[in-house]
Design a protein around this ligand. Structure first.
Ligand code: BDR
Ligand code: CA
Length: 330
């Protein structure tokens, strides 16, 4: 039986890749997408999620909007770095048509709370943006933290952050929310930079999507090339772009892709170390370990799965202008 999943996305480029990975995985039943801020404003992220779902033939998956900013702040503005990495529109300035439908009326927090109540152990929640929405669900319902199973992309345990020497982007947007999540959730798997900076994609792979001659193939290739280019500027030592968010989905499909450290986590929220994820020394010897931190990853197997699934999904989308010209021999 397929595992039910909800993706909580700040739909930028790697969130898009995560969404298509989920759609393309028969082991998963995507019951909804919740939209958060981060790479983009909530409205932009929700718009992108709806548009990508439509492009890949899943207009049936409901999309819900979450809080527009961290609860410790009054508002949110996209940082220059985020706009550089994901483009102003979140998908590398590639224009894709709006979906015919709109976001659901129900809030993302209500949807998460109701889904955990209804599906319990059959459901995985996969947040790939700031923890604000999940933290709000924990605060809204006393049973949520006890019963939710979460596989999140965020944080870095043993390597530096990517927005500062200590902080990873998702955690840095709302450190208090991730701290609350780590202290209360009974089952959270952390897919952080420790592993996601080992799973890299290059122009060689995106070229295979472009060769498909489909709308989905062109879109994935063009937006991911934009993302790879920003890595050439910001992290030239890596030699590709980090597949952060897709790895969280990969682990939902196949937990054996990563090796885990079982511990209890916290986030530092004060001073220069604000946003740093650490093991919680006060719970170090608790027999119950609520966090499972990925520290190793089978890179080759993951990249193989990732490419196979996304290529299959992209092949099934409509023929693109490029594709029809080349099949007509133009
Ligand atoms: C994370 O931050 C965002 O920019 C990406 O989408 C990913 O979720 C990586 O630090
Ligand atoms: Ca993300």
């Amino acid at each position: 039986m397929a595992k039910k999943v909800i993706l909580d996305l700040d739909t930028g480029i790697d969130d898009t890749l995560a969404l298509v990975y989920a759609i393309a995985s028969p082991e998963l039943e995507l019951i909804g997408v919740t939209g958060t801020y981060g790479n983009v404003l909530v409205d932009t992220g929700v718009r992108n999620a709806l548009a990508v779902l439509e492009m890949f033939g899943r207009p049936d998956v409901p999309v819900f909007a979450g809080p527009t900013h961290a609860s410790t702040k009054d508002s949110f503005e996209v940082t220059e770095v985020s706009a550089f990495i994901h483009g102003q529109n979140g998908v590398g300035e590639i224009e894709i048509p709006d979906a015919a439908r709109r976001v659901e009326e129900k809030s993302a927090v209500d949807f998460l709370v109701e889904s955990v109540r209804e599906h319990g152990d059959e459901l995985l929640i996969i947040p790939t943006g700031p923890s604000t929405t999940v933290a709000a669900a924990i605060e809204a319902d006393p049973g949520f933290a006890e019963n939710a199973h979460i596989i999140m992309m965020g944080g870095a345990l043993v390597i530096p952050g990517n927005v500062s020497p200590v902080a990873e982007a998702n955690v840095s947007q709302d450190p208090e929310a991730t701290d609350l999540l780590f202290r209360h959730a009974k089952d959270v798997t952390m897919i952080g930079l420790d592993v996601t900076l080992q799973t890299l994609l290059t122009y060689a792979e995106t070229a295979t999507w472009r060769e498909l001659g489909t709308v989905g193939g062109d879109f994935l290739a063009d937006s991911t090339d934009y993302y790879i280019k920003t890595y050439e500027t910001n992290s030239p030592h890596l030699g590709g772009c980090g597949l952060h968010d897709p790895l969280a989905v990969g682990v939902a499909v196949d937990p054996s892709l990563v090796g885990l450290l079982h511990t209890n986590l916290k986030v530092l929220t004060e001073g220069e170390l604000r946003g740093r994820v650490m093991a919680d020394e006060t719970r170090l010897n608790d027999p119950e370990k609520t966090a499972h931190v990925a520290l190793t990853v089978d890179v080759e197997r993951f990249l193989g799965e990732f490419m196979e699934r996304l290529t299959r999904a992209a092949r099934q989308t409509a023929t693109s202008e490029l594709g029809s010209r080349s099949s007509a021999g133009v």
